[in-house]
Write a new protein. Structure first.
Lengths: 607, 118
């Protein structure tokens, strides 16, 4: 318990349980590794077989077909996707991306299989030879995690697949203009309707372009929202879409007759871009494993925050350690750190160890996209984090002790100054006046004016009476004599009697005496609390309750006033807290606005 | 010759006894002022010969009031008073523009006359 306002992570925008114990050790067994190798090998083999089949199909065809250069460019493009897929499959984390890349590469080769001029293979090939398009859209939207994260992402992917599934069979049903030989082996052919064929083809092209724009916009949006590492992974994809868009644009202007091999060449840029994105993420990971090396066994204080900021590429990153005793977040030097509110650009993520909060990572909101990276960084630095937390806690305690020592000295000095002023303005002034009065009395006695002398004497006696009572009041403020003479109960009751509102005092057990410093501290907690009540609380009644437990004395002061007491404003409450803490005690202030104030101080009695 | 005296002090009890004492000793106490801000006006109005000026006043301190009075044409003599001792003020005493300092307990016509003759 403490008087300081507890900064519980209630204000934290996103609380992710990044328990450092989460399984990120990545210790893959030998069996898993060989299984991974098998997957990579089969993807490569599948791609190679399909590429060979495609080439064979193209070579064996004696009819009107694409040129040798275009075919070569197409095979390079398809194999590039397969190769990028193999690269991704080789890494557990990018398994989904690897599968999609390989599938795009494999379905790319379906086109050539249509050169087998037999009804079933031909129809099947024509029906599915554009399947790589929605798959590529899916891949681009899901890159680099391989998952469709938002509703919009899923919508775009579903729309890509659905529009392809709709348009492909319909266009095949009216696909006549390529010649009677093809309609003969096209099992889905319905009728020769040039007008309808044109409409279907235009609709198909329009849908493809619309989907391409939607996908590009989505990737651009992902890039915009991504953290710096996320952006580095997505950027190559955005560059690669440039040449592709240029080629498609050119075809739209002059038709596909010219430079037909340019499209597959531009397509080749895509698998390269995906591979580059993955490699960039991988390099980032290497940076994290470097973290541990960089920190070594006994990192200097503060190194950890700098290293994490570098690894996560967020220069604003701060590690806020949870100081258990003072219940606040502090930096490694023990200075309080503010946890950002929900509205700001920064967010705080909890770091726990064995279910216990050890720190908050205050970082840019964008890093939330890459929770895994943050998670891995935290896991890599778990030990160092906990060490620094302990250090931060000690620093915070030291700072608190220093601050309270300084405050105690300042309060003592201020009290002495006030005392001097009170003496000067009060008793001393009265005594000076009294000496004048006596001089005047002397003069009047000398002149034989008894009546005036009587008046002066009465005034002098009055002045002396006031001086005496002022001195008594002052002395009570320095130390209440009743406390030493009669104990806590009578002292607190005498305090309560001087209050403008009714105050009920209970002390149990009444007659037991405690060491003087404990009684004095308890008295001053009550005196300060009651002074605040009469100054600020607008209360109608109050209670002071002193109870003795096994080894602590507890004093509790309640009022029914307007609440809102804050030890950070004004020095009275802080002085009370310092006084109690100096005796290893604690003060809790519960003062909700409008609902009264409860101050509870617990002081160890050492009995 | 009866000197015309203005008493400047925020403590009413002191002013009252000081006035009666000095009057009994033959001074003409022509006015009392409780704060530093009204001193200049009072001096212009009452034209005192001597101003008994308390160093500790609720608004401006006596040193500052003495400085302001010195700028007046034909300024009065200023005697600083305090319930503190002269040694409490260290090098600030003797103060410029004043005739001297008197602890309040030692207030008497003889003490003021002594300072004002110098």
């Amino acid at each position: 318990m403490t008087a300081a306002p507890t900064m519980l992570p209630r204000t934290v925008a996103v609380e992710r349980q990044w328990a450092a114990s989460a399984g990120l050790a990545g210790g893959s067994s030998g069996r898993a590794a060989s299984r991974g190798l098998l997957v990579v090998a089969s993807a490569g083999l599948g791609g190679a077989v399909l590429a060979s089949l495609a080439y064979a199909s193209w070579a064996s065809c004696q009819c009107d077909k694409i040129s040798a250069e275009t075919e070569a460019a197409r095979i390079v493009a398809g194999l590039s996707f397969v190769a990028a897929g193999m690269l991704a499959l080789g890494w557990e984390r990018f398994h989904r991306v690897g599968v999609l890349l390989t599938l795009v590469g494999c379905s790319w080769f379906i086109y050539e299989l249509g050169y087998v001029y037999q009804p079933i293979p031909y129809t099947a090939a024509r029906l599915t030879d554009g399947l790589w398009q929605p798959m590529l859209a899916h891949l681009a939207i899901a890159f680099p995690s391989g998952r469709l994260r938002s509703r919009w992402d899923r919508m775009v992917a579903v729309a890509a697949y659905a529009s392809y599934a709709l348009v492909s069979p319909i266009s095949l049903a009216f696909w006549h203009s390529r010649g009677p030989r093809l309609t003969a082996i096209n099992l889905l052919f319905v009728q020769d309707n040039p007008r309808f064929e044109g409409v279907v083809e235009l609709t198909g092209q329009g849908l493809v372009i619309a989907m391409a724009i939607a996908v590009f916009a989505t990737v651009l949006w992902h890039w915009r929202l991504a953290s710096l590492p996320g952006r580095r992974a997505l950027a190559p994809l955005l560059w690669a879409s440039g040449p592709l868009a240029a080629v498609v644009g050119m075809y739209a202007l002059v038709g596909t007759r010219y430079f037909p091999s340019l499209l597959p060449l531009a397509m080749t840029a895509l698998p390269v871009a995906f591979a580059m994105g993955l490699l960039r993420i991988r390099l980032q990971r290497a940076g994290i494993s470097g973290l541990v090396v960089e920190l070594g066994e006994h990192p200097q204080p503060g190194r950890l925050q700098a290293a994490l900021a570098r690894a996560l590429q967020d220069p604003t990153l701060k590690v806020a350690y949870w100081a258990r005793e003072s219940r606040q977040f502090v930096d490694v030097a023990g200075a309080p750190v503010e946890i950002p509110s929900e509205a700001s650009d920064a967010v705080a993520s909890r770091i726990e160890r064995d279910g216990e909060l050890i720190a908050m990572l205050v970082h840019d909101r964008a890093l939330l996209d890459d929770a895994e990276l943050v998670n891995a960084s935290v896991a890599a630095t778990r030990l160092a984090l906990n060490n620094e937390r302990l250090e931060a806690e000690v620093s915070a305690q030291l700072q608190e002790v220093r601050a309270s020592r300084a405050r105690i000295v300042a309060v003592r000095d201020a009290e002495r100054q006030r005392l001097e002023r009170d003496l000067h303005d009060g008793a001393q002034q009265r005594l000076v006046t009294l000496s004048l009065a006596l001089k005047l009395l002397q003069a009047r006695l000398a002149s034989g004016d008894d009546r005036l002398a009587q008046t002066t004497l009465r005034e002098a006696i009055d002045e002396l009476g006031v001086a005496l009572s002022e001195l008594r009041e002052l002395a009570r403020g320095i130390h209440p004599a009743i406390l030493t003479e009669a104990g806590l109960g009578p002292a607190l009751r005498s305090l309560a009697e001087r209050m403008p509102i009714p105050v009920k005092v209970t002390v149990a057990p009444e007659e037991r005496r405690l060491p003087q410093q404990i009684e004095v501290a308890c008295y001053y907690v009550a005196a300060e609390a009651l002074a605040n009540i009469s100054k600020h609380a607008r209360a109608t009644s109050a209670t002071v309750d002193v109870t003795q437990h096994v080894a602590t004395l507890r004093v509790r002061i309640d009022d029914d006033g307007r609440g809102g007491a804050d030890p950070t404003r004004g020095s009275g409450l802080q002085g009370m807290i310092d006084r109690v803490r100096a005796l290893d005690g604690q003060v809790a202030i519960d003062s909700p606005a409008g609902a009264g104030t409860r101050i509870t101080a617990s002081i160890p009695t050492g009995l | 010759m009866d000197r015309r005296v203005l008493i400047v002090d925020d403590h009413a009890g002191f002013r009252s006894f000081a006035r009666r004492l000095l009057t009994a000793e033959g001074y003409d106490v022509i006015g009392e002022v409780a704060d530093g801000g009204s001193v200049v006006d009072a001096v212009r109005r009452f034209r005192p010969d001597v101003v008994l000026l308390d160093l500790r006043l609720p608004d401006v301190d006596g040193f500052e009031v003495a400085k302001r009075l010195a700028r007046e044409p034909d300024p009065p003599m200023v005697v600083l008073i305090s319930s503190r001792d002269a040694s409490d003020y260290g090098p600030r005493l003797p103060a410029p523009y004043t005739r001297g300092f008197l602890a309040k307990a030692n207030l008497s016509r003889a003490a003021i006359d002594l300072l004002c003759q110098m």
